[in-house]
Design a protein around this ligand. Structure first.
Ligand SMILES: [Zn+2]
Length: 304
């Protein structure tokens, strides 16, 4: 792995562009980007930000991706100038929205913890190595669901608590699902249906329902071809999103194609067929029943 030549001095100038242009990856978290930018100059992000005149509040989490750094507009301008990337604001992933950010008139930055559901996921190491010109294989980005799998390198982006992405070469059905998922996202408003499908298959997985045997076989193949999860984490949890992915996409496609009012007789047989099951018998509290219920309801009024 080669490292770009460091400039003559390691102390950044608050007003001058740096020696090396460092672009963010697609939807990269700000903390991940700053970490890479600083690493290019053999600094940590704290040293870099102070070096370009930015005051930092709060402390980073112990694991990258568990917390995000929020830059004030002035601080963002400083970073964009130093990194020589004027369009930086548009390129970075937006991990934190809303008000309560740092004082916009001062170059300030604030560390903020992220809830697990809002944390970025690990990017494909091989793609990251290529995009960063060999400087690092590690980065975190707010990747859309259909981008968590790199079909070229068979890598599944894991949450920050995991120490590596998952190699899914032993699960070719994930790459097939990925192609179907890319077609799905071209349809109008696929996100809500996908979220439903994701919640449903996650519940089935957690409650050992309907597809347990298939997912267990998949888990065995995944565990055989990847290092043991660190920090005592279980394979069942580490692999969950990847293991259920083909059925999540299949279910999302099926639900997307089901018109309103077409959830009567035959719907469960069609759903079973879409999932490659002989039949599907739903317990009374099955989440798919909740989806059917919302599909049967007619909206009484428009709501935002
Ligand atoms: Zn890749």
């Amino acid at each position: 792995m080669s490292t770009p030549a460091a400039p003559a001095t390691n102390t950044p100038n608050p007003t001058a562009p740096g020696a090396i242009r460092v672009r963010p990856l697609l939807r990269e978290s700000t903390a991940s980007y700053l970490n890479r930018l600083a690493g290019t100059y053999r600094l940590d992000s704290h040293q870099l930000l102070e070096g370009i005149g930015i005051t930092i509040h709060g402390r980073p989490g112990s694991t990258p991706g568990h917390s995000e750094i929020v830059l004030s507009p002035t601080a963002l301008h400083h970073v964009a100038t130093f990194a020589r990337v004027p369009e930086l604001q548009l390129a970075l992933g937006r991990g934190i929205h809303g008000s309560g950010g740092p004082d916009p008139s001062h170059p300030t930055a604030r560390w903020q913890p992220l809830e697990p559901a809002r944390q970025p996921t690990r990017t494909c190491p091989q793609c990251t190595l290529r995009h960063t010109h060999g400087t690092t294989s590690q980065a975190w980005a707010y990747q859309a669901q259909h981008r968590r799998l790199c079909p070229r390198h068979h890598q599944w982006g894991t949450p920050p608590g995991d120490t590596a992405s998952l190699n899914t070469r032993a699960l070719p059905e994930l790459a097939q699902a990925h192609h179907a998922h890319r077609r799905l996202v071209r349809r109008p408003d696929p996100t809500t249906t996908y979220q439903w499908a994701d919640m449903i298959t996650t519940r089935w997985y957690d409650h050992h329902q309907h597809l347990t045997q298939r997912w267990h076989h998949r888990l065995t193949r995944l565990a055989d071809t990847n290092p043991t999860p660190a920090h005592g984490r279980s394979w069942a949890l580490t692999g969950r999103d990847a293991l259920t992915y083909p059925e999540t996409v299949a279910l999302a496609r099926h639900l997307t194609r089901t018109p309103r009012g077409q959830t009567g007789t035959g719907f469960l047989d069609q759903t079973a067929h879409a999932l490659g099951l002989d039949r599907l018998v739903l317990p009374t509290d099955d989440l798919l029943r909740a989806w059917i219920h919302t599909k049967r309801e007619r909206p009484r009024h428009r709501c935002l």
